[in-house]
Design a protein. Structure first.
Length: 65
């Protein structure tokens, strides 16, 4: 959750500064928002789900002991 919050703040911070560089242009903000959406999709696709063990399943170290 903390990683998602950091990515969100970072990407929107970069987007805000890019839009601030071109205050007169109306076309910059939609392009930045589209790029942010693509970046979020890329980051979420890159971080896969880890399979969780059930409570009854032991780790290899515990099973050997």
């Amino acid at each position: 959750m903390l990683r998602a919050a950091a990515w969100t703040l970072g990407l929107f911070g970069v987007g805000t500064s890019v839009v601030g560089l071109f205050p007169e242009s109306a076309w910059v903000e939609p392009i930045v928002l589209l790029a942010l959406g693509i970046a979020f999709l890329y980051v979420s696709a890159r971080t896969g789900f880890r399979e969780r063990r059930s409570r009854g399943e032991l780790a290899p170290k515990q099973a050997a002991a």
